[in-house]
Design a protein around this ligand. Structure first.
Ligand SMILES: CC(C)(COP(=O)(O)OP(=O)(O)OC[C@H]1O[C@@H](n2cnc3c(N)ncnc32)[C@H](O)[C@@H]1OP(=O)(O)O)[C@@H](O)C(=O)NCCC(=O)NCCS
Length: 207
């Protein structure tokens, strides 16, 4: 394990969620997560990714200023999954995001929701963007629920948008605006999740 001691030093006590730089983990871990059936079948491409393809992807995203990737963790040690922003457009102040759990045993325990809360606050308060988008394969009903619960609303339905497994799949585009997150959904979600501003302030996002 090759943790930056500064990062470990900075993590004291409970935190809502911690976003670690992906350089903190062995790239092979991400490849293993991404190649799990439950993950790859919810993505636009679902072939098994080879070490070479993965390395090329890793090098590409490391150089690309329009994307940001993190590993999320609940204690700074345990690596749980991947969260990312892509198509970050500072001129129009919008971006897309995506998430998947790497450790599938931890699904359905509210960790994804803590990540979603943190990414919304980060995008709207730290990056000062105005709109956060995401796209999901139309059959992925749990993920659509996961986004809608936080205020994401459907903006587009793209028929036969992805060709995979010798057939076409529909895609749903969802989005939430800063104003709606700040004034409509944030307080509601705090109550639903039973979290306080003090806990939220203890989230850590390493950039
Ligand atoms: C979608 C995902 C990130 C949610 O993370 P999670 O930690 O399991 O979600 P939570 O425990 O915070 O659940 C929040 C809500 O998401 C929904 N949900 C989504 N996936 C779920 C799952 N596999 N099991 C249970 N609930 C799930 C539930 O409706 C839940 O709502 P509730 O609190 O009203 O019951 C995770 O299930 C995952 O990695 N899925 C596979 C990859 C994927 O589809 N990513 C999105 C692609 S666009």
């Amino acid at each position: 394990m090759s943790y930056d001691t500064n990062i470990i030093e900075g993590i004291k006590g409970e935190s809502l969620i911690i976003f670690l730089p992906i350089s903190e983990v062995d790239p092979e871990l991400i490849r293993t997560w991404r190649n799990q059936d439950e993950i790859r079948n919810n993505m636009y491409t679902n072939h098994i990714i080879s070490p070479e393809e993965h390395l090329a992807w890793y090098q590409k995203i490391s150089r690309d200023p329009s994307v940001r990737y993190w590993i999320f963790s609940d204690d700074g040690i345990k690596k749980i999954g991947l969260v990312y922003l892509y198509d970050i457009d500072l001129k129009n102040r919008r971006a897309f995001w995506g998430i998947y759990m790497g450790d599938l045993r931890l699904q359905g325990k509210g960790i994804g929701s803590r990540v979603e809360f943190a990414i919304l606050d980060y995008v709207f308060f730290d990056l000062n963007l105005n709109k956060l988008n995401c796209e999901v394969l139309a059959f992925n009903k749990p993920a659509i629920r996961f986004y809608k619960k936080f205020g994401f609303a459907e903006e587009g339905y793209f028929k036969q948008h992805i060709f995979r497994d010798n057939r076409y799949y529909d895609v749903i585009r969802l989005a939430v605006l800063k104003d709606d997150w700040v004034n409509k959904h944030r307080e509601r979600i705090k109550k639903v999740m039973g979290i306080t501003e003090e806990e939220i302030a203890r989230k850590k996002i390493y950039v």
